[in-house]
Design a protein around this ligand. Structure first.
Ligand SMILES: C[S@@+](CC[C@H](N)C(=O)[O-])C[C@H]1O[C@@H](n2cnc3c(N)ncnc32)[C@H](O)[C@@H]1O
Length: 193
């Protein structure tokens, strides 16, 4: 179990993501791209070139921008025009924000910039997974930043109120463990919103 407590789960999220990414369309932006792991995989596997965005200079220093384009920016104020992106992803990032309310502006910016019929794909940790419940409870007690499983319905309702429907919810499973570790949520911006 030890590796899971560090970075097994983020890796599992990215592995699951690659299973659904083959038909993603450009322009494509990965928000909170970190060291660009997903962007490298998408370019190598599907020749899909996305733009990475992250506010951490330290993380971006790992990305080779002759291979993967990236910009430094804040998800709460995206430097893109309205309706200009077709696919936006954000993985292993939302769970470090303490609640859905603190993410409203983050989501509003995604929805503003995504084109009608475009997709916003994010992951959430599973609130009902018993191991994560204990792990995150402990982390909230002793850690110096939040780790949280957000309520999928709360997210779904917020996106819905801004014209996006939940098209797919894909469980992230492993270790023959019955309870998923999380879900990849695919939101579609409706044509007339
Ligand atoms: C845990 S890392 C995940 C990196 C990558 N998505 C992955 O799955 O490997 C979270 C990243 O989100 C970035 N991040 C968090 N909040 C952000 C914001 N408001 N704007 C831009 N980047 C943000 C952090 O700097 C960090 O690189």
């Amino acid at each position: 179990m030890k590796p899971l407590l560090r970075n097994r789960l983020p890796q599992l999220v990215l592995t699951k993501t690659l299973e659904i990414a083959h038909d993603w369309k450009r322009p494509f932006v990965d928000i909170g791209c970190g060291k660009g792991d997903l962007l490298y995989q998408l370019k190598d596997n599907f020749n899909l070139i996305g733009l990475g965005l992250d506010y951490s200079e330290k993380q971006l220093a790992y990305v080779d921008n002759t291979y993967i384009p990236f910009i430094r920016g804040d998800a709460f104020s995206l430097p893109f025009r309205d309706n200009s992106i077709f696919t936006i992803t954000c993985f292993n990032t939302l769970y470090n924000y303490p609640n859905v309310k603190t993410l409203h502006q983050f989501f509003r910016e995604m929805i503003r910039t995504i084109a009608p019929e475009g997709r916003i794909i994010v992951d959430v940790r599973n609130k009902k997974n018993p191991i994560l419940k204990i792990k995150y409870w402990l982390h909230m007690k002793i850690g110096n930043f939040p780790t949280v499983s957000h309520d999928t319905n709360e997210l779904k309702n917020f996106f819905y109120s801004l014209g996006c429907s939940l098209e797919n919810s894909i469980a992230i499973k492993s270790y023959n463990f019955l309870s998923p570790w999380g879900f990849i949520l695919v939101f579609k911006k409706e044509k007339n919103s």
